[in-house]
Design a protein. Structure first.
Length: 359
């Protein structure tokens, strides 16, 4: 079977607007694969509706991918499909809810439920997709799963939306850009503290976009510190995000001093690389697999606002270095993280799984 002839059922209750799903589905299609979407997110009787929708296409595809979030629907996929079932796990709900966001205690019933959800879905799936090798290691060790079931597909960014834009002339401010969902792994409190340290640099301004779990806490911290160089811009339309990123002289990634922070490369990092804006991120092993310090990005110590402030100043005072990092980041994005590149990588994985199928 030629790689481009593979027919894929993209199945589940996934968010079709979430970047992970858009990138993988779009990447597969860019590489000639036929993707049939079978998705009933947010509907009443969704499992019954999924069953009925799948029944109509049950003989029309070669392999099934359960889109993110998919842990809660793998059981149905395995029940109704005779083809290989690949779960795009993407994250561990157990890790996110219990250890990163700390919404429930480690000994709570919820913790046991989330553990079972991650473990059981991975046991049922014929193969599992994750975004970094560090994430794979976490799943293997935490849930006692065989490593051979896992495949790494990076997050990347939608390069039809995120690409270099010309700088607007006349802006005399050095703009530090951040966008995110204000979850603990992002460590936005360290950005606030770094902004306070840099307050005496009256030409530096911080633009913070988004809302989420720690937003109120972070905004309260900014008020307590009396920060005058931070703009909280709230949520903005996804399609308009590139315009705001392009205003930045430097973009910030994640800085939370957590175990999860060491295992992930955030969406925002890829989006800013795609726009040739220099990125500063916490020094995380997952980042350093492909992104070299002072070449593709700039690293600071996790959970260290003083080091973050120092790295922002380093780029501000060295425009040539900032330009080189931005350009190098863009080049490696095109090589490793574009939608088409990731689609080709996933298609190769799916073809390999299909070739091993005994059905």
């Amino acid at each position: 079977m030629n790689q481009s002839n593979l027919k894929i059922c993209y199945f589940g209750i996934y968010d079709s607007n979430y970047s992970r799903n858009r990138i993988l589905i779009g990447g597969l299609r860019k590489n000639g694969a036929e993707v049939i979407e079978c998705n009933k997110r947010g509907e009443k009787f969704k499992y019954l509706k999924l069953f009925l929708a799948h029944w109509k296409i049950r003989n029309d595809y070669d392999i099934m991918v359960v889109g993110f979030p998919g842990q809660s629907v793998v059981w149905l996929a395995k029940l109704i499909s005779r083809k290989p079932v690949v779960l795009d796990a993407f994250i561990s709900f157990y890790d996110c809810m219990i250890f990163d966001r700390k919404l429930y205690s480690e000994k709570s019933l919820k913790a046991k439920i989330y553990y079972f959800l991650d473990w059981h879905s991975c046991c049922l799936a014929d193969a599992i997709l994750l975004d970094t090798e560090e994430h794979i290691n976490y799943f293997v060790k935490t849930f006692h799963l065989p490593e051979k079931k896992f495949y790494r597909v990076y997050i990347g960014a939608e390069d039809e939306i995120f690409y270099p834009l010309p700088k607007k002339e006349g802006n005399k401010k050095f703009v530090v850009h951040f966008h995110g969902t204000f979850i603990p792994v992002q460590g936005v409190q360290y950005i606030i503290k770094a902004a306070k340290i840099l307050e005496k640099e009256d030409d530096i301004v911080f633009n913070l976009i988004g809302k989420g779990q720690t937003f109120k806490e972070v905004k309260r911290l900014a008020e307590e510190l009396d920060c005058k160089n931070i703009n909280f811009l709230g949520k903005i339309d996804y399609q308009k995000l590139p315009e705001y990123i392009s205003l930045g002289n430097v973009c910030l990634g994640s800085f939370g001093d957590t175990e999860k922070a060491k295992r992930v490369v955030a969406n925002k990092v890829y989006e800013c690389l795609a726009m040739a804006i220099p990125v500063i991120n916490g020094d995380a092993p997952a980042m350093k697999v492909n992104l070299e310090d002072k070449k593709h990005c700039l690293y600071c110590r996790l959970g260290d606002e003083k080091d973050l402030a120092a790295k922002i100043l380093e780029l501000k005072n060295n425009p040539n270095l900032a330009g080189q990092i931005g350009n190098n980041g863009y080049q490696i994005f095109k090589k490793l993280f574009s939608t088409e590149v990731l689609g080709a990588e996933l298609l190769k994985i799916l073809n390999g799984i299909k070739a091993q199928d005994k059905h």
